[in-house]
Write a protein that binds this ligand. Structure first.
Ligand SMILES: Cc1ncc(COP(=O)(O)O)c(C=O)c1O
Length: 497
């Protein structure tokens, strides 16, 4: 992927490009996923570079490298579970932020190379590509996780699970699990044929992947009730729920007139917190102690993605299992040096202050600008936002449902051609047995990258496109007329999106 390579603007438009996708062009734009994913789309997950705390990191780097007692272990192979100072600091920050009934102990944690890298590790240690019957993904899902599941052997066994305004559709998931168990019984799939039995790991029958808070891409937050239901279901069917909790710290009040600019406590317990306590927790009678959840945290969104550092939380048994991934046993926890830099920023309290005093207010202001413009220009045209009644919002994205007659892919293409605004249209083709796993009316916009003063302008331009398309629709009074030869996405465009 080209670092900082930007999306190409429209050759037809003389207006300045507004990037509400902020993509990089993938090095393999033609890859097709046979089951769930479509063409590999460039994925937005970049902070505006002005929000990268270079000074904070410069100081931490200097402090670490000048102190030999810290520098030498930082530059050597690290412990399997990661730098002890980072473990200690992450444990205490998470305890303050999520406020579980008991402090989060360091043995519930393992330092990782970030959420993506650790998803791969979790699959290496806790799944078998045959015994693990399916990976269920809350849909629409974070597209770049598909390749990680493919690499682990699940390319034909990914299944999309729809979500409603409360989050994952539990009934749908339960029906799929039941069906799958019947098939596993009929096939005699009753022990892992490929992975050896090892004391530090177990092989789960299912994996469920979700981004429960400020999701990428749907921007939704899963309700407490659904989180609890999901944990119960996972226990019943021996599933490991892997959550990317990477946006949790980026939150602020949704009110457009708020005086409170930052919120230093999580609004909801993570799914891993629920598994810790619900109905006796992971140590309840009859349970094996591994628990049913792994929370992937990351410094990518709250410090910088180039750090490639994060953490995983689960039961002590699960966290130990993660630390025993072959690559960590050989090379020590990933990202050892940057982990030590991050530890320094947490130990001084500077990173925490940066998140609460800078990132939250700045992203919050961007969010409010965008939502204000959406309320003024898009809602009157029939555009809808999910979970409009939330008090606390966050993340990088806003998900928009277009008026029914407008198709997202077509709209995205016209927004680019006619107004030089780039947005993401996310499709999850294949495996759409249930309704709610097709997103042809939806687009995702990002407020994290584009210059703040261009956000409202971007929305105004999107409104122009909608107006034009609605007018054409009225004239033609025919749904299918909206996809004409002239405005149909070109092959290039399809590859790009
Ligand atoms: C849902 C989700 N998971 C994982 C990642 C990547 O995290 P990391 O940089 O820690 O690998 C992103 C970043 O875009 C994301 O949106």
């Amino acid at each position: 992927m080209g670092a900082f390579s930007d999306v190409a603007g429209s050759v037809k438009s003389s207006q300045k490009l507004i990037n509400l996708l902020k993509g990089h062009v993938s090095s393999s734009p033609h890859s097709l996923h046979p089951v769930i994913a479509g063409p590999h789309i460039p994925e937005e997950r970049w902070p505006n570079t002005a929000l990268l705390p270079t000074q904070l990191l410069e100081k931490a780097t200097h402090n670490v490298l000048k102190n030999k007692t810290i520098a030498f272990p930082a530059m050597c192979y690290g412990p399997d579970d990661g730098d002890p100072r980072l473990l200690r600091n992450v444990a205490s920050w998470l305890t303050k932020f999520y406020q579980p009934a008991d402090p989060i102990s360091e043995n519930r944690l393992c330092i990782t190379g970030g959420a993506s890298q650790n998803l791969a590790c979790l699959l290496q240690v806790f799944s078998d590509p045959i015994y693990t019957r399916h990976v269920f993904l809350v849909s629409p899902a974070y597209m770049l996780c598909f390749r990680i599941f493919e690499d682990a052997g699940f390319h034909t066994r990914l299944r999309a699970v729809p979500e409603d305004d409360e989050g994952i559709d539990i009934d749908f998931l339960e029906r799929q699990l039941e069906k799958s168990e019947e098939k596993a019984k009929a096939d005699g799939n009753d022990e892992p044929p490929l992975k050896p039995s090892r004391p530090w790991s177990k092989i789960y029958k299912y994996v469920i992947y979700a981004v429960p808070t400020f999701s990428n891409p749907s921007s939704k937050t899963m309700s407490l009730k659904r989180r609890e239901q999901l944990v119960r279901l996972a226990r019943q069917y021996d599933a490991l729920i892997i959550t990317d909790d990477v946006y949790d710290f980026l939150q602020w009040p949704s009110s457009l007139t708020t005086k409170t600019l930052s919120v230093d406590k999580a609004v909801l317990p993570r799914i891993v917190d629920i598994d810790r306590y619900l109905d006796g927790g992971a140590d309840r009678e009859g349970a094996d102690g591994f628990g049913n959840t792994a929370s992937n945290g990351s410094f990518s969104k709250i410090c910088g993605p180039g750090l490639r550092t994060g953490w995983c939380e689960g039961t002590a048994k699960l966290a130990h299992g993660v630390s025993q991934t072959g690559s960590s046993r050989s090379g020590g926890a990933p990202s050892q040096l940057t982990a030590c830099f991050v530890a320094e920023t947490l130990e001084t309290g500077e990173l925490q202050r940066y998140v609460f005093e800078q990132l939250q207010p700045i992203y919050g202001a961007r969010y409010r600008k965008m939502v204000e413009a959406i309320n003024t220009h898009l809602i009157p045209l029939g555009v809808r936002l999910p979970q409009a009644d939330r008090e606390i919002v966050g993340g990088y994205f806003i998900w928009l449902t277009l008026p029914h007659s407008l198709k997202g892919a077509n709209f995205a293409q016209r927004a680019k051609d006619e107004e030089n605004v780039v947005v993401a249209q996310i499709q999850v083709p294949g495996d759409t047995e249930g309704s709610g796993t097709s997103f042809e009316n939806d687009i995702r916009i990002c407020f994290a990258w584009e210059d703040e003063d261009m956000l409202a302008e971007g929305i105004k331009r999107l409104a122009q496109v909608i107006r034009r398309m609605l007018d054409e629709h009225t004239v033609n009074n025919d749904d299918t007329s909206l996809v004409t030869a002239a405005n149909k996405p070109s092959q290039d465009a399809k590859d790009f999106w």
